[in-house]
Design a protein around this ligand. Structure first.
Ligand SMILES: [Zn+2]
Ligand SMILES: [Zn+2]
Length: 345
């Protein structure tokens, strides 16, 4: 089968790889019908992630079940399904607490041996272990181009919004209007805020955020904190959803929230440690949450929200390309010429 594989920093290639096979009793072999390139793939592209030569890349996928092990229930050959970007075992103490993201056996698709040695989604086939837990059947009205978001960035946007504890009438600010930030804008609206601001510095992203019902704040020309205060009678936002992960963006989130407010951060932190305003957090009664998205908890509700058209995540797709064009697609994505690229094998 064809797959995108890692051969060094900035050196991704389309190569021929053996088709993976069902081995474990709860494995499912999935023929991928749609993959995508995600911002976190760029961390690999730039050499910021430990990964082995030849690893198959990609962690966003939808596909059709081809074959299942004897312990797989509720999924049959021919079913359309979406997988979270990582797998959980479904049986450990954390999985039983519904914290699949904290599973003792968590493994991520497309990140090589160091992250559990799963296959990748920028390929024609992938094996999904513990398929009873890690594959959700896609309801008929939901298209592949919508379902693919449920396994990763839509879930991340929802996780951010839910943990922000947005209440009806709140003012919400989203820091970063990249793909995850745009999902956070959409999901924030489910919780009934009066206004959602989106802070970014790229025209196309600000425009898309505006189309999705946010008030764009261009941080190239205006100070985000001052603008938020101006728009809220000097208070700041009730809730800030941080969707970048750079320490500067986390700083902006803390600056923009009102005293007593909540910051919910889902951007992958750019540094392992750094200065944290401990005194300010205490003095201003701030709540700070961050986290690796607990995707499994949201698969079913998000598929239902998409099926009922309350969420339209496919609106952010800017480029539809073939898996054969993946190398070119990475170049475009890296140069920020594309908001979201989906790849069809
Ligand atoms: Zn991703
Ligand atoms: Zn587990």
């Amino acid at each position: 089968m064809k797959a995108v594989t890692y051969h060094g920093v900035g050196d991704f290639r389309l190569t021929d790889e053996p088709r993976p096979a069902v081995v474990g009793p709860a494995d499912a072999l999935v023929r991928i019908t749609l993959g995508a390139i995600c911002g976190s793939d760029l961390h690999i592209y730039h050499g910021n992630v430990p990964i082995d030569e030849g690893a198959i890349l990609g962690h966003e996928l939808v596909g059709v079940v081809e074959e299942t092990g004897p312990e797989v229930r509720g999924l049959r050959r021919g079913d359309r399904a979406v997988a979270p970007f990582y797998t959980a075992c479904g049986e450990c103490a954390q999985c039983l607490r519904r914290w699949w993201s904290q599973c003792e056996e968590r493994a991520t698709f497309g990140f090589g041996a160091y992250f559990g040695g799963l296959g990748g989604a920028q390929a024609e086939y992938v094996v999904v272990p513990h398929a009873n837990v890690n594959l959700a059947k896609i309801p008929d009205p939901v298209e592949d181009e919508q379902a693919i978001f449920v396994g990763d960035i839509l879930a991340t946007g929802f996780f951010a919004a839910e943990r922000g504890e947005i209440r009806p009438g709140d003012t919400v600010a989203v820091v970063g209007a990249g793909p995850v930030g745009l999902m956070a804008v959409m999901c924030a609206h489910l919780f009934g805020p009066a206004r959602v601001f989106a802070i970014d510095m790229v025209d196309s992203r600000l425009e898309m955020a505006g189309d999705l019902g946010a008030v764009p704040v261009d941080s190239r020309v205006t100070n985000a904190q001052a603008e938020l205060q101006r728009q809220t009678g000097g208070l700041g936002a009730d809730v800030v959803l941080e969707c970048v992960g750079q320490l500067g963006a986390i700083g902006t989130a803390i600056d923009c929230v009102r005293g007593g407010g909540t910051i919910s951060s889902v951007g992958v932190p750019s540094e392992l440690t750094g200065d944290f305003p401990y005194y300010d957090m205490w003095n201003r009664d701030l709540t700070y949450r961050s986290g690796f998205t607990n995707v499994h908890a949201y698969l079913r509700p998000l598929l239902d929200l998409v099926a009922s058209r309350r969420l339209r995540p496919d609106r952010i797709i800017s480029h539809r390309m073939r898996l054969d064009e993946a190398v070119e697609a990475y170049g475009m994505f890296d140069r920020r010429e594309a908001t979201k690229i989906v790849l069809r094998p």
